[in-house]
Design a protein around this ligand. Structure first.
Ligand code: AP5
Ligand code: MG
Ligand code: ZN
Length: 216
C-alpha cells in the first residue's frame, strides 16, 4: 500500500503512522523525523534545516525532494510506503508524482486527518518527546511516570518548535502552503477525510477501515 498521511501540525500523523507501520508492516517515512535526526547529528543539512524549523517555516522544496527521492528508492519501500509530513507544497507533490512514476509505485490514498485549530494548539503545547522516538501528551497520552519515557526510561523533552509562537506560525504556513494540496489530491480522486478528533484508537480504527477497503 502506498499512502500519504496528511494533516495540519498536531493532527496525529506521527502517532497514527507508528501504529499503522506495525499493523501493515510498511515503512513510516517522516520528513520531520529525518530532518530532526540531521539536526541532532549536526550534519550540514541539519544545520541549514534548523534555521527554518525553529521559525516554523518550511525547509526549501529542493532539499525535501532530494530526501524523498533517495528514501523511496530504498529496498524496504518495495512493499509500500507511508509518507508523513511530505508533500507540503504543490511543487513537492509534483516532484513526488514524477519520482513515483519512475519507480512504478503510484499513490493509492491520501488520508487527510482533520482536527480544528483550537485542539491542535492544545495537542502541540502538551506534547513531550523522547530521543528514542516515542511521543506523549501530558494530558491525552501521559507516560506512567511523569517526565520519563515508558519505553526506554529516557527523560522527556519539548520539541523546540512546540513553543506557542512557533506553533501559530506552523499553523499559518500550513494554511497558506500545504492546505491547497487537499484540492490537489481531491481532484485526483484519492483523498479520504478522516475525523481526527476522537481518541487515538478511534482514529486508528477509521484509518484501518479505509485501508482495508482499499486492499480488496
Ligand atoms: P513535522 O515533524 O512533520 O511536524 P508537523 O507537520 O508540524 O506535525 P507534527 O509532528 O507536529 O504533528 P503530528 O501530526 O505528527 O502529530 P502527533 O502524532 O505528534 O515537521 C516539523 C518541521 O520540519 C516543519 O515545520 C518544517 O520546518 C520541516 N519539514 C518537515 N517536512 C517538511 C516538508 N515536506 N517540507 C518542508 N519542510 C518540512 O500528535 C501531536 C500530539 O497530540 C501528541 O502529543 C500526541 O500524543 C497527541 N495526540 C495524537 N493523537 C491524538 C488524539 N487522537 N487525541 C488526543 N491527542 C492526540
Ligand atoms: Mg509528526
Ligand atoms: Zn524513550
Amino acid at each position: 500500500m502506498n499512502i500519504v498521511l496528511f494533516g495540519p501540525p498536531g493532527a496525529g500523523k506521527g502517532t497514527q503512522a507508528k501504529e499503522l507501520a506495525k499493523h501493515y508492516t510498511i515503512p513510516h517515512i517522516s520528513t520531520g523525523d529525518i530532518l530532526r535526526a540531521n539536526v541532532r547529528d549536526g550534519t550540514t543539512l541539519g544545520i541549514k534545516a534548523k534555521e527554518y524549523m525553529d521559525k516554523g517555516e518550511l525547509v526549501p522544496d529542493e532539499v525535501l525532494i532530494g530526501i524523498i527521492r533517495d528514501r523511496l528508492q530504498q529496498p524496504d519501500c518495495k512493499s509500500g510506503y507511508m509518507l508523513d509530513g511530505y508533500p507540503r507544497t504543490i511543487p513537492q507533490a509534483e516532484a513526488l508524482k514524477e519520482i513515483l512514476a519512475t519507480i512504478s509505485k503510484p499513490l493509492d490514498v491520501v488520508l487527510n486527518i482533520e482536527v480544528p485549530d483550537k485542539e491542535l494548539i492544545g495537542r502541540l503545547s502538551g506534547r513531550r518527546m523522547c530521543s528514542c522516538g516515542e511521543s506523549y501528551h501530558m494530558m491525552f497520552n501521559p507516560p506512567l511516570k511523569q517526565g520519563i519515557c515508558d519505553a526506554c526510561g529516557g527523560k522527556l523533552y519539548q520539541r523546540d518548535d512546540d513553543k506557542e509562537e512557533v506553533v501559530r506560525q506552523r499553523l499559518e504556513v500550513y494554511t497558506a502552503k500545504t492546505k491547497p494540496l487537499i484540492d490537489y489530491y481531491s481532484n485526483m480522486g484519492i483523498l479520504v477525510n478522516i475525523d481526527g478528533t476522537g481518541s487515538v484508537e478511534d482514529v486508528f480504527r477509521q484509518i484501518c477501515d479505509v485501508l482495508d477497503s482499499h486492499k480488496k
